[in-house]
Design a protein around this ligand. Sequence first.
Ligand code: PLP
Length: 393
Amino acid sequence: MHYCDHNATSPLRPESLAAMTHALGVCGNPSSVHANGRAARAVVDEARERVAALVGAKADQVIFTSGATEAVFLALRGAVEGSLDEREAGTASRITRLFISGIEHACVQATARRVAEDLPGLRLTHLLVTADGVVDTEALRVALREGKGRTLVAVMAANNETGVIQPLAEVSRLAREAGALLLVDAVPAAGKTALDFSLCDYMVLSAHKMGGPQGVGALIVADGAPLRPQILGGGQQKGLRAGTENLAGIAGFGAAAHTLLGADGERARLVHLTERFEAALKKALPDTVIFGAAAERLCSTSNFAIPGITAESALIALDLDGVCMSAGATCSSGRIAPSHVLAAMGVAPELSQAALRASFGWSNTNEDVQAAVESLVKLAERSRRSPQTDRAA
Ligand code: PLP
């Protein structure tokens, strides 16, 4: 198989597998005081240090969760509810506005909607993006200035569909000036571009997008940022996320983060693979459209369309040739829904229907790129010979 779908999930790195295998052999609850418990605690502590180091945070700011979806939930609901607690404490800092970029992942969009429905007095606003898929910072500046109340802004570090890197330094500056809090979903960006936790108040990571295991992630929270815990019980993780820690998952997450810290060579290789993929596709099929091409993008992601060929037919043809790719957002895969990201960028629905995403990672080689391009070119040529087979209506 030629696995070109790392933004959906990345194969487990050998370093993560080794760390997990070791952790599975540790029989101890990290909360137990005996020697076995302390051995388990050491596994968690090391992973916490490693995850924190990847984004320039402190270890005690890392809260392990069951993945990025839970981390987003904890951040959004926890921040808004936590700000009510602060108000009770007399600081009058209740969050009354949620600003969410129009290209956020479904877990941010859906959770923000639910939190706004559940908590009276909270207003939800979607931030515009440019045609290249970059959050419009001028629109953010104006929105922050208008209206009253403390704001929580959510802007991802880079988009999972297009790979477009967002202007976080500017977003952070505007948020700070306005006294707003900033949540950054760094899931697709982690390990692909430098991340600076000091720019935000909440940052979300997912292990399986960086070569760690599925079902583990983290919320990183700045000192003093409001946060009301959402899962209660045994008081683990300073009471901020109860439940016995997923020892093996956390160990694998830490190992992936550690590997990525020194992975400049891997990033350079990914730039080369992605550029090679796009250049070969454009050469063979010059009408190929690359979304977000004019913006700064992750080294690993190419979101493109071959006009007239639906993503559905392309995915079937690629699959028959042993190439794994995605159409639209993959967390909801199995179902090809129109991309809200491309819609926010103003892409016409017919072209959006043809959108495919190749996302490369640590396991890919030139052969994968070549196989993917050959399969797409073969499909396009066949489709152009007999248009009714593959072309969109
Ligand atoms: N945020 C982004 C940008 C994602 O791409 C995903 C998954 O695709 C998530 C959050 C959710 O991550 P998890 O699978 O760890 O819940």
